[in-house]
Design a protein around this ligand. Structure first.
Ligand SMILES: Nc1ncnc2c1ncn2[C@@H]1O[C@H](COP(=O)(O)OP(=O)(O)OP(=O)(O)O)[C@@H](O)[C@H]1O
Length: 698
């Protein structure tokens, strides 16, 4: 129905197809009430049933053509187009002032007016321009964009948050008001002994005594009003280790603070971007360079922040001292524009800025030694040398993120790495979705930004499965705990595509690309490939279509530095036969293109009907393959390794076709390597350096 509160021109954009196929934190906004219904609860929030239907994605050429057609001047920036703000009266002619404060994201068309802080989608901006021109005006009031008014509940939530921000801020103490011994104690606790009181004061940092936390303020760049706070707390773990935790108000999905922004001058042309507030302060103190810290560290660079970085001709990314920061800096530099970015490679002599300051290193020299992000297509070993060294010196980090629930997977696959393609198969109804859901959840809980493309089961059911796995219990029987678990679940960096049923591969890939840009997605799960087959060219045979689709996902994984897990149905095999790589439906392309091939093996046992095994049939990273048992827990929908000592160790034969079967004839070579931490289980066999692992299976 027509939203009656909208002005007439907004009806149009309401019905206009727009590129919104990805749900932002959809569990919070839309899935939660539905999932609650599954658990037989009354709705806590109204379900917002917005249908997202994808159309052709926007290009920068489209945006430019539109602006030209409306005689709106613009400059081409790094990530945005800059135009005079239509929300401000134009500067008088001859005044020499140009107000190019409207920033339009070149990838999404999203806009922000830095002067009035009005923001919205490309469709919103088009609406405003149309109305302005139709009415013969030179500017338009930002109030036309009020859009959907917030619900009472949302308004209350925001008011509470702002009260909380004010409460924390007014009861925290500037460092100048602390006793000298207290200052020293706090600095020791947070390992910032080398930061001077003057630096802490300059950045407005305070101390909140009740929780013994550092308080970093978020001031609006426009009028310096307080918009939020971040609290960094330190706690002792096992009486030996200090653990630091962060909390933000408003909550992290709405905390868009570029820490240090009020200190940036209009004419500053260079900035050092860091992953933590203490790092920015260290850079600023030691080098005198402007420095900004990203609100969520290395996990994402939200496009909404890009307009604030447009003024810099040079951006140096110094996000931390580990491989994850290095990976993130390469990915973020693409968003920022490669040509202006240079990166600081982590290494023994180049730790994160605060550590570098603590170790009395020369931060000016480190920044000067940063390397340009733009790389050429052809490189010599001289250019690769440092990368190779980095891989050798950081074996554990290079192996990727470790599963906390599947230690055996760590042992065989070594970890979850960006840019890889995993093909996953298993008999129909054997639990593929359930297993992959837990696997992905495990990574997501460790900060891996995850996007689900579930074409077979709808998002509400999928979220219900994941929430049950998250809580590790049957929530139907513990409804009083539902809100507690749902609140925690909401904070996961988890997104869902709103597709269901057959889809066109191009639309799916465009959506994935869009999500990578918006949310820095690093793991996409596609369940399953067969749902993309129906829409393709019918003149081609189905194997050629499948090969084309797999090739497209492969390319996406590599180019977007994103891990893609692709579920593919197997060919129909006889019931008692185990699956092999060759059982994957189609030609050998799937296993050739894949970096990892995982097979959920189902053995129909009367005594133990839920028993499954997970076989790693290909592992391009280091060649180890193997198989280990999984036991299904029906209440929590989780697969956990069976209790020690109960299961038999299986011998695995790997033949030329990479098929596996239990056999006594072939001696199994066990890897001599120690399991990667924290894996300790000894329940599986691993075959080192098999043909499969070297990619010659096919
Ligand atoms: N090991 C198991 N033992 C018994 N039931 C299981 C097991 N694993 C999953 N299930 C249940 O089986 C049903 C089907 O699971 P799921 O949808 O994950 O299978 P699938 O292999 O993805 O199915 P499909 O082939 O249709 O894609 C679910 O109800 C799930 O809870």
């Amino acid at each position: 129905c027509k939203p009656s509160h909208l002005p007439p021109w907004r009806y149009l954009s309401f019905y206009q197809p727009c590129f919104k196929p990805v749900l932002q934190n959809s569990f919070e906004k839309r899935l939660r009430p539905h999932v609650a219904l599954y658990f037989c609860r009354t709705l806590r929030k109204d379900a917002k049933s917005i249908i997202d239907f994808p159309v052709q994605p926007l290009t920068v050429t489209d945006i430019k053509q539109y602006l030209r057609s409306k005689d709106i001047p613009f400059h081409d920036g790094y990530s945005c187009l800059h135009a005079p703000s239509i929300f401000l009266e134009p500067a008088p002619e001859g005044s020499g002032r140009e107000n190019y404060s409207l920033f339009i994201d070149k990838t999404t068309g999203q806009f922000l007016c830095k002067e009035t802080l009005v923001e919205g989608s490309w469709e919103d901006l088009q609406d405003c321009i149309e109305v302005m021109l139709n009415e013969g005006q030179t500017s338009i009031s930002p109030n036309v964009l009020l859009g959907f008014p917030e619900s009472l509940e949302e308004q209350e939530e925001r008011e509470m948050e702002m009260k909380e921000v004010q409460r924390i801020w007014s009861s925290s103490v500037p460092f100048s008001d602390l006793l000298e011994e207290e200052v020293q104690l706090v600095k020791t606790m947070f390992q910032i002994g080398k930061l001077t009181n003057a630096t802490l004061k300059k950045f407005g940092v305070r101390f909140f005594k009740p929780t013994k936390s550092l308080v970093f303020p978020w001031f609006s760049g426009r009028d310096s009003s307080l918009r939020g706070v971040k609290l960094l707390s330190a706690a002792m773990k096992d009486d030996r280790q200090v653990v630091y935790t962060e909390a933000t108000v408003p909550k992290v999905s709405r905390y868009h603070n570029l820490f240090g922004l009020p200190l940036i001058g209009r004419k500053d042309g260079e900035v050092v971007l860091t992953g933590r507030e203490v790092d920015s302060m260290a850079v600023s103190q030691a080098t005198g360079l402007p420095s900004l810290a990203l609100p969520r560290g290395v996990s994402c660079l939200p496009p909404i922040l890009l307009p604030y970085l447009e003024q810099f001709k040079k951006v140096t990314l110094w996000l931390g001292g580990d491989m994850r920061s290095w990976e993130a800096s390469k990915i973020f530099s693409r968003k920022l524009g490669l040509k202006r970015c240079s990166l600081i490679r982590p290494g023994e002599f180049q730790p994160c800025p605060s550590e570098a300051l603590a170790q009395a290193r020369n931060l000016v020299r480190i920044v000067k030694a940063s390397i340009p992000a733009a790389h050429k297509s052809i490189v010599s070993f001289k250019q690769l040398r440092e990368d190779v060294y980095g891989e050798l010196a950081n074996v554990e980090q290079v192996a990727g993120i470790q599963w906390s629930r599947f230690l055996e997977l760590n042992r065989i696959l070594k970890g979850h790495r960006k840019g890889e393609l995993t093909v996953f198969t298993g008999p129909t109804g054997s639990g593929k979705t359930t297993f992959i859901s837990e696997c992905a959840l495990d990574l997501c809980m460790q900060g891996v930004n995850t996007l689900w493309g579930s074409f077979e089961i709808n998002n509400v059911r999928l979220a219900k499965i994941m929430l049950t796995q998250f809580a590790k219990q049957r929530l139907e029987e513990n409804l009083d705990q539902y809100d507690m678990w749902a609140d925690k679940f909401e904070d996961l960096p988890l997104y869902f595509m709103t597709f269901h049923g057959q889809q066109n591969i191009k639309t799916v890939l465009d959506t994935m690309q869009h999500a990578v840009y918006l949310y820095d997605i690093s793991h996409v799960i596609i369940d399953n490939l067969q749902f993309m087959m129906g829409q393709e060219n019918l003149s081609l045979d189905k194997f050629a279509v499948q090969d084309h689709i797999i090739g497209a996902f492969r390319k996406f994984a590599t180019n977007s530095c994103c891990h893609v897990t692709l579920i593919i149905h197997p060919r129909k095999e006889e019931d008692d036969k185990e699956l092999q790589t060759a059982s994957i439906f189609g030609t050998a392309k799937a296993s050739q293109e894949a970096d990892n091939v995982l097979i959920l093996q189902e053995k129909k046992l009367v005594t133990c009907p839920g028993r499954r095994s997970l076989q790693v049939a290909k592992n391009r990273f280091d060649g180890d393959v193997g198989i280990f048992p999984l036991e299904f827990n029906k209440a929590s929908l989780t697969f956990s390794p069976p209790v020690k000592g109960k299961q038999k160790i299986r011998k695995v034969k790997v033949d030329k076709n990479n098929s596996t079967e239990e056999t006594e004839e072939f001696e199994l070579k066990e890897t001599s390597e120690k399991p990667v931490k924290p894996a300790k289980a000894k329940t599986s066999k691993t075959v080192k350096g098999s043909a499969a692992g070297k990619g010659s299976t096919d």
